[in-house]
Design a protein around this ligand. Structure first.
Ligand SMILES: C[S@@+](CC[C@H](N)C(=O)[O-])C[C@H]1O[C@@H](n2cnc3c(N)ncnc32)[C@H](O)[C@@H]1O
Length: 315
């Protein structure tokens, strides 16, 4: 697809613009059905992989104490709520600590909790802040039986430090549930073009710069840290597919495709803001790394796949 000639602004990492991040994430979620795929995994596998194990470890040891759950980067709480509902089948009292820096997202989570009649027995503590801020503010002896970090490892700091901190926050016998990309699709793109949107970003702060760099974190970075500290884990995988056919078959991109590309490239208004040369290189990369499938009319369809890993880490 030829890039229209328009006045170019400086490319901005998506994470420096929380409003646009939310819109692009919603477009990505809608097109890829990522939340639904994960929800299906939770429905089918969470009981045997997590609830059963935690119940065997803590079921009769908590007496009247609640199971302490920590959510990191909980977003609007959709995935976390599914997990809490599953845990509630075995633990009558749950104390859920929620960390989410986006005021808009945590408010949506709170609204959902207010409307939800199934949450009796779950007490919430809300932290509208980053994981890094939370860690600086808690008592050293504070521990959790279950920590869930779904699609948020990219934003919380350096891998080894984060894994060590999460493990330190875990009660012996506890579990961390981590969903993170593997080295494919989006993360491969980010690794191939690491400076896509970090240069000339006047509004970016030092922390935002790090956030962009941290976006390269994948399960391939986490697993050696787990091995180094002899931390046990199990792994499951699933695939997320973005249909980018229109990028390669139509002259103009639709607003929805533009938002999808913004999320895939982690760049605000990717098409408008990056230089032509980079735009063409990135689109070429995406095309070369897409799975091509024949459509109903015998036409080529381009699917850009990203593999995600679920790491269930035990202490
Ligand atoms: C891809 S979303 C995932 C949301 C949710 N876990 C889910 O799967 O639906 C990543 C979330 O991490 C949050 N986040 C970003 N930076 C963070 C930080 N430093 N500490 C904790 N959460 C962060 C974002 O606001 C966003 O809600």
């Amino acid at each position: 697809m030829a890039k229209p000639s328009i006045q170019r602004k400086h490319p901005q990492p998506l994470y420096c613009n929380p409003d646009h991040y939310s819109i692009a994430l919603n477009a990505y979620n809608q097109q890829t059905q990522h939340p639904e795929i994960l929800a299906k995994w939770t429905e089918e596998e969470f009981d045997s992989n997590v609830v059963k194990v935690l119940s065997e470890k803590f079921g009769d040891k908590l007496d009247d104490q609640p199971l302490r759950v920590l959510g990191v980067g909980s977003g609007e709480g959709n995935q976390e709520t599914l997990q809490l509902m599953k845990l509630k089948t075995k633990f009558s009292r749950i104390y859920a600590t929620v960390i989410e820096p986006s005021t808009e997202r945590i408010s949506k989570y709170q609204e959902m909790v207010q409307k939800c009649s199934d949450i009796a027995g779950i007490e919430y503590k809300w932290h509208n802040q980053t994981f890094q801020e939370f860690v600086r503010s808690i008592e050293p002896e504070q521990k959790y039986h279950f920590i869930t970090i779904v699609r948020a490892m990219y934003y919380v700091g350096k891998v080894e430090e984060t894994v060590k901190k999460l493990y330190e926050l875990l009660e012996p016998g506890g579990m961390i549930f981590m969903v993170i990309q593997a080295d494919s699709g989006m993360s491969l793109l980010a690794k191939t073009f690491p400076r896509l949107a970090v240069e000339d970003t006047p509004t970016s702060t030092t922390e935002s710069y790090e956030v962009k760099t941290n976006y390269l974190i994948t399960s391939t970075d986490v697993k050696p840290v787990l091995s180094k500290y002899q931390i046990d884990y199990t792994q499951s995988s699933y695939e997320i597919s973005s249909d980018l056919t229109t990028c390669f078959t139509q002259d103009e991109m639709t607003p929805a495709t533009n938002l999808l590309l913004d999320f895939i490239t982690m760049t605000v208004k990717f098409q408008e803001s990056v230089p032509d040369k980079i735009f063409n290189q990135v689109m070429d990369f995406i095309k070369r790394n897409s799975r091509v499938k024949k459509g109903d009319q015998g036409d080529d369809k381009y699917y850009f796949d990203t593999e995600c890993d679920i790491l269930v880490i035990s202490k």
